[in-house]
Design a protein around this ligand. Structure first.
Ligand code: NAP
Length: 253
């Protein structure tokens, strides 16, 4: 048999994919990598300048950018009304805040759960009700390794991501009759503004990165490639799965 250079079950050609949190970090890398693999991407975020930077980095034509604060129901509804029918949704927007248990503020609790847990649930609900999700579509949710293992000061974040992971398993079961798949990904620490702008100094982060069996934190593209696997037809029989991508850190627990 002759080698066929066009054979690629991981291709996203012909697929339209919505990526939330696309103005930064993992979401930006995911949008760019999806476009390189042939997808039309709809990118969304709050910050118009950063979202434009992502838009300008996309490959191919036909992409769309939509500014939305997903914690605002009006923005979320307007986003759903504007998107075309989707073959993939990457529910990726998220926030983190390090705080010891005795210092948890109710305001932070509400905001972290609203962004990380409630918003993806409401977004999927609205997309389904407005028939914006195609048969055979794939829904991917960015959870975290913090849903599975515990770090000091990350209890609310970890709980919000564990709740999301649990929702994804229900979502997978309920949507399977429509041939819609749902999976979560669980990154360890990845070099993005989420961690570099957080409570830890660069020195602390470098020391922590050495604890990873693979000796470093992840790169946003390395998470994007796993998301792409779950979006592509190569994973057509995978649903309800929690994919850990963490340089081996969860093997230490
Ligand atoms: N980096 C890590 O180590 C790590 C590890 C595990 C899991 N994760 C998860 O990966 C996802 C992406 O994180 P990241 O590291 O790429 O963070 P990031 O660089 O800070 O990006 C976060 C993205 O979420 C968007 N966002 C936040 N709140 C939003 C809201 N209310 N409405 C709309 N968009 C909102 C931001 O939009 P604007 O910039 O426009 O505000 C930004 O595009 C998050 O769910 C995070 O929890 C990250």
């Amino acid at each position: 048999m002759e080698y066929n250079p066009t054979y690629n079950p991981f291709s996203l050609k012909g697929k339209t994919i919505l990526v939330t949190g696309a103005s930064s970090g993992i979401g930006r890398a995911t949008a760019i990598e999806c476009s390189k693999l042939g997808a039309i991407v709809i990118i969304t975020g709050r910050n118009s300048e950063r979202l434009q930077q992502t838009y300008d980095s996309l490959y191919g034509l036909g992409h769309l950018q939509i500014i939305a604060d997903l914690n605002n129901l009006e923005d979320l509804t307007s986003l759903v009304n504007q998107v075309p029918i989707l073959d993939g949704v990457v529910n990726n927007a998220g926030i983190a805040k390090t705080q010891p248990i005795s210092f948890i503020k109710e305001e932070d609790l509400q905001k972290i759960f609203a962004t990380n847990t409630f918003t993806p649930i409401l977004l999927v609900k609205q997309l389904l009700r407005k028939k914006k999700i195609n048969k055979n579509a794939s829904l991917v949710f960015t959870s975290s390794v913090s849903a599975i293992k515990s770090d000091l000061g990350n209890s609310v974040y970890g709980a919000s991501k564990a709740a999301l992971q649990s929702y994804v398993r229900y979502c997978a079961r309920e949507l399977a009759p429509k041939s819609i798949r749902a999976n979560s990904i669980h990154p360890g620490m990845v070099n993005t503004p989420l961690i570099t702008g957080g409570a830890h100094s660069d020195d602390d982060l470098q020391t922590d990165a050495q604890k990873y069996p693979l000796g470093r934190y992840g790169r946003p593209e390395e998470i994007a490639w796993s998301i792409i696997y779950l979006l592509s037809d190569a994973s057509a029989w995978i649903t309800g799965h929690s994919l850990i991508i963490d340089g081996g850190i969860s093997t230490l627990i």
